[in-house]
Design a protein around this ligand. Structure first.
Ligand code: F6R
Length: 609
């Protein structure tokens, strides 16, 4: 939530900051701002709405300012207004900051600062930081930032500039990301690496409490007490083109089509040709632990929760370990019972979701080993876990998660196979057959995406409906939850996903000839039961849109429309069956003329509880 970008160098900073913000816009898009350190002081421009509004407000005028800051906001404290947009300045306008995160004690700090004569121009928690720095301005910007840090509670990263020291930016972080990019005679701060990837690949991932002073020719790293520290620079391996649409109309559509590659990369080197699994990331847990494991807790939010739910079925069925899955915001407050023989898996593509991180920390403090599944190198989740398994989906910019979801399912299936192996829950022949089948899935996803499909016509027919019901069983039910979430978050059509067997206990009352019912029918063991549920739907006059595997004649006869997917083992099918549901949601939202990459009220990273 919220994106920060900062530049100190020898080139004009304005276009660099605006371009960086474009690459971070997925983090928040209700308002944005820019600060340019000009010879006559700091020039701040802010605008409400997405970045187009800021581009307009900033105008075409060039600026020679070589020190600049930018921010794209997702409102937490204070409505999305121009006054509340970042950057925020102190009373004198000599100090300006941008902040990502939350200052929890801002009310007391603000009262104290107001009593001392400070005047505030916004309702935000962030503005107190500029005024706290002002209090210590005589000591120099770096010392003043350190002093402010000592007074703040919460989790945040911020970067400050001062017109009294026009050659530098000072940044710090606590449980919220901030990275440094090192170029030739230029340095960058950003919430995420893509912001500066077109300028440099040399990256320093900061640690909590680091206070970093950037000048054009380098960085000085200190801890909270002011002691010099050393931070390692790494070369970032990813592609720069991730932030481009590459000919697709939207990032979401591009990312849907990137799923075969994301799956291939996530499985690469982890699944041998003979179908055996090589998952070095979890080897530290040890075979002994994997054997004696008595329970797995999975904690996650949103789409990541759905990936966890899908694979919870596979882990229980294949490895015979009981799995309890919970949304992180519930889990952390329900006093769960931990023990050392419980493995806790936190799933978070961004690695920043506040509730998931808190749940992981809770488990760790209680003595259960924690494994994080994330897509982002250096993210907070990688610090809050004992073990880290990465998906390799590449940067996902569309707010509605697609390729990170299927990559999560693939990575968790690897874990299920590894567990089954350690526990002797399946024969070697069964395991390697399933492993070999999993190796085929990226290819099947590619075939699926290349097929001509009726999805656009179906979207055309149903885009005006006021409600969609999704029904499935087992893993198919979990896929329905994800399909229903996709449709509601980008098309704003109310949806409900139900376990098909549960339909007659209430939701059947919703059925009539006007509400389409989407059914996910994989070839799992409960398929015959699902057929009865489809009959129940038909008997109430509702249209059935089914997702089914090729050649399933029964479904073909029972459904008005079928979105066919290639055949695979039913444990692996959710990677394929979700794809038509992503596309259905995508096309319905498109026909309604909605911005699928930036649905209202949402942000890609949810760093608040
Ligand atoms: C929906 C979506 C969200 C996220 C959720 C958790 O399309 O993307 O529901 O899945 O906010 O995010 P992460 O995985 O970053 O913890």
């Amino acid at each position: 939530m919220c994106g920060i970008v900062g530049y100190v160098g020898r080139r004009p900073g304005k276009p660099i900051i605006l371009d960086g913000l474009k690459r971070l816009e997925y983090r928040g898009y209700d308002s944005a701002g820019l600060a340019l350190l000009e010879p006559d002081g700091i020039n701040v421009v802010r605008a409400v709405g997405n970045l187009d509004a800021l581009f307009l407000a900033a105008g075409e005028d060039s600026s020679d300012a070589c020190v600049a800051l930018g921010h794209t906001r997702w409102a937490t404290h204070g409505r999305p207004t121009e006054e509340n947009a970042h950057p925020h300045s102190d009373c004198s306008g000599r100090i300006t900051i941008v902040l990502n995160g939350i200052v929890e004690n801002y009310k007391e700090l603000r009262e104290r600062l107001v009593a001392k004569g400070h005047t505030f121009g916004s309702e935000t928690d962030a503005e107190v930081v500029a005024h706290l720095i002002e209090e210590h301005a005589d000591e120099g910007l770096t010392t003043a930032v350190r002093a402010a840090l000592g007074e703040l509670e919460g989790h945040y990263s911020f970067v400050a500039m001062s017109s009294d020291e026009p050659d530098r930016l000072v940044g710090t972080r606590l449980e919220t990301p901030l990275v440094v990019g090192a170029g030739e005679h230029e340095m960058f701060f950003a919430s995420a690496i893509p912001a500066f990837l077109c300028h440099t690949r040399r990256v320093v991932v900061l640690e909590d409490g680091d206070v970093v002073t950037l000048r054009a020719d380098g960085a000085e790293y200190t801890d909270v007490a002011g002691n010099a520290i050393v931070r390692e620079e790494t070369e970032f391996p990813g592609d720069d083109d991730a932030a481009e649409k590459a000919g697709y109309e939207t990032f979401m559509l591009k990312e849907i089509h990137e799923q075969p590659a994301a799956l291939r990369d996530t499985l690469a080197g982890r699944l041998r040709e003979d179908g055996t699994v090589d998952l070095s990331e979890v080897e530290g847990l040890g075979d002994e632990f994997l054997r004696r494991l008595r329970r797995i807790f999975i904690v996650a939010c949103g789409t990541s929760f759905h990936a966890g739910l899908i694979v919870s079925y596979a882990i229980e069925q294949l490895a015979r370990v009981p799995v309890q899955i919970d949304v992180a915001s519930e889990f952390r407050y329900r006093r769960p019972v931990f023990d050392p023989d419980t493995l806790v898996i936190g799933i978070t593509q961004s690695g920043e979701t506040a509730d998931t991180l808190a749940a992981m920390r809770l488990a760790r403090e209680a003595g259960s080993p924690v494994l994080a599944l994330t897509n982002i190198m250096g993210s907070q989740a990688t610090r809050d876990a004992d073990f880290v398994l990465f998906t390799r989906a590449g940067l996902e910019i569309g707010v509605a998660a697609t390729k990170t979801h299927t990559a999560q399912v693939a990575a968790l299936l690897l874990l299920a196979l590894r567990l089954a192996w350690a526990r002797g829950a399946m024969s070697e022949a069964e395991l390697t057959a399933l492993g070999r089948e999993l190796r085929q899935v990226p290819e099947l996803a590619e075939q699926l995406l290349a097929r001509p499909s009726a999805i656009e016509q179906i979207a055309q027919r149903y885009h005006d409906e006021r409600f969609f019901l999704y029904l499935g069983r087992g893993m198919g039910y979990a896929v329905c939850l994800e399909g229903a979430l996709k449709l509601k978050e980008i098309s704003y059509i109310p949806t409900e996903a139900y376990a098909a067997g549960e339909m007659k206990h209430g939701p059947i009352a919703l059925l009539n000839s006007e509400s389409p019912v989407v059914v996910v029918a994989d070839d799992g063991p409960v398929f015959p039961k699902l057929v009865s549920n489809i009959e129940e739907v038909r008997a109430r006059g509702a249209d059935v849109i089914a997702v089914a595997t090729d050649d399933n004649e029964v479904i073909g006869e029972l459904s008005k429309d079928v979105l066919w997917v290639p055949k695979t083992d039913h444990h692996l099918a959710p990677i394929l069956t979700v794809i038509p549901l992503q596309l259905l949601a995508y096309h319905i939202a498109g026909i309604k003329g909605l911005n699928v990459d930036q649905p209202r009220n949402l942000a890609k990273t949810v760093t608040v509880e």
